[in-house]
Design a protein around this ligand. Structure first.
Ligand code: NDP
Length: 609
């Protein structure tokens, strides 16, 4: 059967661009899909990809780099950051390169970003037999030490089980491949390659722009601050019922208070100081697309303890924290200004950074891990000023409630919400390392959405319940209080256990503590858990989150909808995160993900996907 008339014919050897890079490798055309207008190509190691026509060039137009050049150790060292080095890495990644030529025309970052390929990873079909039911420990060891496995795969095994090996995903170097790489690589080379293999798909797959793309970006820029403004003003009304919508707009001057701006700046600087103190351990992040693992100072628990002592000392010295309640709007405005300035700075620096540093998730062109020396801006903003600030605001709301109602102690509903949310934050800081394996951290660039979310959204909207309770405290009977506490702890247990299980597994797949778990191998070198919490239901952590969010809202009663805002928002957030994660995992893991979904049928968020 002949292919339709297309530029490249089936069987033809051509040069195909490796997704997300400007490197070309020799590939063979397998076919052309007229509907999607994509060529199905195969690399020498068996990796199949679908490429657009503009990402394929005829082999005749390419020059192969002379091997004698790349073999010179001196040259290798001096070119350690050169595209040739990247080429060598990719060579080992795909184990298929015959030539890696950089595309000089694509030196401008903008163009390169725009050009990022839309590819679909098409791993070879995985059989049911690949679902590892009995050799989990072995599989995880295999994942953890992929390099050894590459060499261990003996010819005999390949010959004995040709079909089985054919059926498995194949991104690994074959023993018989004639690539330029030496047969036995140095251990450190292998380690680097393994790390890269695990990280590469996230960096090579092009994903659609999130949050409505460019138009969406303008929309969110206007909508999010307006929404915070609405919430703050609506809750502050004597009767915050929605029939009293819209709340009266304050004058422009009411938004601004220089003192409030100073307080916010001081708070951020204080948290930054705690962050840089050489206290607490240095944790390693997940491998980046370069194979590098960044180090993070995980001293969040120390930071919240010191902050609590400092706040207690300030109150003891007569500082009136109810200022936070009475100047909530001005503090929110000040934080918003800082988040805009920060976003602007992040945007500008992302224009001058290398393509390797940019997040591919969303293709928004933002840096994945912007740092000033060792100071990681994303990690700091995600975990410190907003999160600890959330607890500070809650505490201030409890003091404001006591002041307004002449109480010696806050109401029991105020105490509940304060303690519940404090537990959530303290737990997050105690397990700070776990954030390094979350979606935000591994895939999302640091720009306005995260900066605003960290510095404004979290501290000024997650405190809506305590803000509401200042004016509307609700007495809770003992049985109701007990039921709410139970609900909170059940939710917390599920949340913590499931998040920790995944985090431990991702950090060390061969951790003996997890040896009883079953996994599915994937083409990326990572495996997916199909037993334990992640085998009961997809995203079990979201169930814990939802139960906890319910426990935070119940103490506010049912007189008004507004304190339930967090619950409603959280459901929407999880629906969005869940569907985004599902499609990202589908792209990353291909049919291994389908296999996971067939094995683990239930999901917390019933979505269209
Ligand atoms: P998850 O922690 O659920 O991470 C999803 C990732 O886990 C996937 O991308 C995949 O990454 C990995 N994964 C999925 N399935 C499996 C599996 N079967 N085996 C192994 N790995 C798997 O996502 P989030 O970052 O959304 O959430 C982290 C926590 O933080 C949640 O509890 C969430 O609710 C909470 N959260 C709370 C917020 C709040 O405002 N209160 C905001 C955001 C999050 P890969 O395979 O690449 O490792």
């Amino acid at each position: 059967m002949r292919m339709p008339i297309v530029k490249f014919q089936r069987g033809e050897m051509v040069m195909g661009r490796w997704p997300g890079s400007s490197l070309y490798y020799e590939v063979q055309v397998l076919g052309f899909d007229a509907k999607s207008q994509l060529y199905n190509v195969i690399y020498k190691d068996g990796t199949e990809l679908e490429l657009k026509e503009q990402d394929i060039k005829s082999a005749a137009g390419f020059q192969t780099r002379s091997r004698s050049r790349s073999r010179s150790p001196g040259r290798r060292r001096s070119r350690s950051r050169s595209p040739a080095r990247i080429a060598r890495r990719l060579t080992s990644h795909t184990a298929a390169a015959v030539a890696a030529i950089t595309d000089s025309a694509s030196s401008r970052r903008d163009t390169r970003l725009k050009d990022t390929l839309e590819v679909r990873l098409s791993p070879l079909q995985q059989t049911k037999a690949d679902v590892n039911n009995s050799k989990n420990k072995h599989e995880r060891k295999e994942e953890n030490n992929m390099a050894n496995k590459l060499n261990e795969m003996s010819d005999a095994k390949v010959e004995a089980e040709p079909e089985k090996n054919q059926a498995r995903y194949n991104l690994r170097r074959r023993k018989d491949d004639g690539s330029a790489k030496p047969a036995v690589a140095r251990p450190e080379q292998l380690e680097e390659e393994v790390a890269k293999m695990a990280a590469a798909p996230a960096a090579t797959l092009s994903t659609p722009l999130d949050f409505g793309g460019k138009i969406g970006a303008y929309f969110w820029l206007l909508f999010l601050p307006s929404w915070v403004l609405f919430l703050v003003m609506q809750v502050n009304q004597e009767d915050p019922s929605l029939v009293n919508f819209p709340p009266p707009l304050p004058t422009l001057e009411a938004f601004w208070d220089a003192q409030a701006l100073c307080f916010v700046i001081l708070w951020i600087l204080f948290q930054a100081l705690l962050y840089i103190l050489p206290v607490g351990k240095l944790s390693e992040g997940m491998p980046l697309s370069s194979g590098e693992r960044l180090k993070y100072r995980t001293n969040g628990f120390f930071a919240i303890v010191v902050s609590a002592v400092a706040v207690a000392a300030a109150v003891h010295q007569g500082v009136d924290l109810t200022y936070i309640h009475s100047h909530f709007l001005q503090l929110a405005t000040a934080s918003f200004l800082i988040s805009v300035l920060l976003s602007f700075y992040l945007y500008v620096r992302s224009r001058y950074t290398s393509l390797e540093q940019l997040a591919v998730g969303g293709n928004s062109g933002h840096e994945l891990n912007p740092r000033i020396k060792d100071f990681d801006l994303k990690f700091f903003c995600e975990m410190r000023p907003g999160l600890i600030g959330w607890c500070l605001i809650n505490f201030a709301m409890a003091l404001a409630e006591m002041k307004q109602h002449g109480l010696d102690f806050p109401s029991n509903c105020m105490i509940l919400v304060n303690l519940f949310q404090l537990l959530y934050v303290v737990d997050g800081l105690w397990n700070e390392e776990a954030i390094l394996t979350t979606m935000d951290f591994m895939h999302d660039g640091f720009g306005f959405m995260l900066a605003f979310g960290d510095l404004v959204w979290v501290p000024f909207t997650y405190t809506i319940q305590t803000y509401y309770l200042v004016k509307h405290p609700k007495p809770l009977s003992l049985p109701v209080l007990t039921a709410i506490v139970l609900l909170k702890f059940v939710g917390f247990y599920i949340y913590r256990k499931s998040n920790s299980e995944k985090n431990t597994f991702r950090r060390n797949p061969s951790d003996p503590k997890l040896s009883y778990l079953k996994t599915i191998p994937t083409a990326t070198g990572k495996s997916l858990l199909v037993s334990g919490w992640w085998g009961v239901v997809r995203h079990p952590n979201y169930l814990g989150d939802l139960l906890m969010a319910l426990a935070w809202s119940l103490p506010c009663g049912f007189s008004h909808l507004l304190p339930w805002y967090y619950m409603i928002y959280f459901i929407i957030l999880l629906v969005h995160r869940d569907s985004r994660d599902m499609s990202q995992c589908r792209r990353k893991y291909g049919s291994a993900w389908d296999e996971y979904c067939r094995t683990v049928r239930y999901r917390i968020i019933p979505c269209v996907y």
